[in-house]
Design a binder for this molecule. Structure first.
Ligand code: TNX
Length: 580
């Protein structure tokens, strides 16, 4: 892999070029697209991939340079006759066919003789169900782990579960040349580096959040975001479905929530909402990629859109005007009216029924106008209504002062690693998802000149997103209480899929590595080099990304891409969302 970093990890990145501001301000989409295109142009033809180049870093990788595998044109994928495993094999075939142009048929074990040289094997459920083993032992892959063996003769992925096979497939994808990301056939030697990877996640919950309320994103955009998560072994997509500016999920018993409450967004655009069928499509696409959807209905605050649709829910019973600005904390549903709890029960019941995953996110943030005691009472009733649906409560850490509910999970988004109230809730049984605002808030700008984003939690470039430890981050919280990490993307300033991608890449893979890789692999200097090899993959896949100066992207003439960060001038023809 070419590594010609101009900056050492000790001294940090070189200062960026000054960017002149054009007299006509280009749109954010134009800027993001132009920056990415220029970054793509700077990327040299990638060098061969090494077994240790995978992101997130595997638990163990043992290269065998004598065992490189080359994919033959007549390759067949052989898989166990299990429907979920078979679906993973089909997924692998779909990944391989466009760029290789090979037919890549899938066959199950019944006619194994004819299959190979790609094999996906369920090692049997015995490692999970054998009571003597209990939790995954030293080598057991567990619910999501896998083993990948690459020899000259074959590539074999073995796991206890289809999820494990799926993660193994994502690893294999990264071990193929970057050209595998091409949507059309290319001539390439499809070499996979020889050796063995044994891998499993550090945390069970690894997620990202998309705010579809501030700006609405159509189903297709959400599906593509799910694909991005899956690439990096993230397994939860949290959808922030409701806020002051829009209500995005159809609720049959309260139809005006979507039809009226959904018809607005930040900046005055038309908004939109997901029908039950749309939402099911999202959930299905996610499930096929072993991603669980976590729906959030934000209560009792962040509810202006609901109040516009149903003034009876408003304190004072007067409809507020629709809101398309970006302030927070002014709205709330009337906690003193029993009708509010009927509304909460109806909405949570319908959303729960549409959602196969175990979680319902109650929001709970920034209800500034609700007095503390009233807020606690409201949350305790809402938590009970979640329990009545059979789901487990997730909520922003503002829920902490309310009584514990069985299994409840708090999502911490503070910025200083100190929060006695949250630590106390953990002592009472809560587990935590860590989303520290100053580390993983993907709506923060990378740098002062970033075309979109906020900076209230600071500027977050790749190193800042990567270089912290979820296990020790919050004072007074034991490592065992941490269920995982999640990177939220709020969309007050984010309006298109290209802008979503610009904010996700390259920070999302950094957060994914915190969630998946053992702490022993954590190493910024090594990570930035591994990550650099992904630039050509994103460029090939048409994924918009921020060409961070902290990452030694491979360049044609051996210079560091950061020294040539493009002046962020738009290419007038490049404002569209990239095709994929
Ligand atoms: C805080 S974080 C919010 C959101 C905003 C975000 C902007 C949280 C739970 N609430 O309502 O969109 O800041 O960065």
């Amino acid at each position: 892999m070419p590594t010609t970093p101009a900056a050492s990890p000790e001294t940090g990145p070189e200062p960026r070029d000054r960017v002149d501001v054009a007299p006509r301000q280009p749109t954010a989409a134009e800027l993001a697209r132009a920056a990415t295109q220029a970054a793509g142009d700077l990327l040299a033809p990638p060098a061969p991939v090494r077994l240790a180049d995978v992101v997130p870093a595997p638990e163990r990788a043992t290269p065998d340079p004598a065992a490189d595998f080359t994919l033959p044109e007549d390759a067949v994928i052989r898989v166990d006759a299990d429907p979920d495993a078979r679906a993973v094999a089909e997924h692998l075939a779909e990944l391989l066919r466009p760029a290789t142009g090979y037919p890549v048929p899938v066959t199950d074990a019944a006619d194994a003789e004819s299959g190979g040289p790609l094999a996906l094997t369920l090692s049997g459920t015995e490692t999970r169900t054998d009571p003597a083993r209990g939790l995954p032992g030293d080598d057991a892959p567990g619910d999501e782990g896998y083993r990948l063996d690459v020899t000259r003769a074959e590539v074999r992925i073995t796991a206890d579960t289809a999820a494990g096979l799926f993660h193994g497939v994502q690893t294999l994808r990264q071990l193929l040349p970057a050209a595998v990301e091409s949507a059309t056939a290319v001539t390439e030697r499809w070499v996979v580096p020889g050796g063995t990877i044994v891998d499993r996640p550090r945390y069970a919950y690894r997620g990202a959040m998309l705010d579809v309320a501030r700006h609405f994103f159509p189903v297709e955009d959400v599906l593509r975001v799910i694909d991005h998560l899956a690439r990096y072994k993230l397994n939860h997509l949290h959808l922030h479905l409701t806020d002051d500016q829009g209500w995005r999920i159809a609720v049959e018993s309260w139809p005006r929530l979507a039809t009226v409450g959904g018809a607005t967004e930040v900046g005055g655009g038309p908004g939109g909402h997901y029908t039950a069928a749309d939402y099911r499509r999202i959930v299905r696409h996610a499930a096929r990629r072993h991603v669980t959807v976590v729906p959030e209905i934000d209560l009792p605050g962040h509810t202006n859109a609901a109040l516009v649709a149903y003034p009876e829910l408003a304190p004072g019973k007067i409809a507020p005007p629709p809101y398309t600005g970006t302030e927070v904390g002014f709205s709330y549903v009337d906690p003193a009216d029993e009708r509010t709890y009927e509304f909460v029960a109806d909405v949570l019941g319908e959303v729960a029924a549409l959602t196969p995953g175990p979680w319902l996110h109650l929001g709970g943030d920034e209800a500034f106008k609700v007095p503390a005691d009233t807020y606690r009472g409201f949350v305790e009733r809402a938590q009970a209504l979640v329990a009545a649906t059979g789901k487990t409560v997730v909520g922003w850490h503002q829920l902490a002062p309310a009584g514990h509910a069985d299994g409840r999970v708090l999502q911490w988004w503070g910025t200083n690693g100190e929060d006695p109230e949250t630590a106390d809730a953990v002592r009472r049984g809560a587990r935590l998802i860590l989303s520290p605002g100053n580390r993983v808030y993907l709506d923060m700008k990378y740098a002062p000149e970033s075309p979109i984003g906020h900076d209230w939690a600071g500027l977050i470039d790749v190193r800042r997103a990567y270089d912290w430890d979820p296990g020790t981050h919050l004072t007074g919280v034991p490592a065992e209480a941490v269920l995982g990490v999640e990177a939220p993307l709020w969309t007050e300033t984010v309006t298109t899929l290209a802008e979503v991608e610009f904010m996700l890449f390259p920070r999302l893979p950094a957060v994914a590595e915190l969630g998946w890789s053992p702490r022993s692999t954590h190493d910024w200097a090594a990570f930035r080099k591994r990550l650099a090899g992904h630039g050509p993959r994103w460029a090939t896949a048409g994924i918009t990304f921020h060409p961070s100066p902290e990452v030694p992207w491979p360049t044609g003439d051996g210079t560091h891409a950061a020294t040539r960060i493009p002046a962020q001038r738009p290419d007038p023809d490049a404002a569209d969302t990239p095709a994929h």
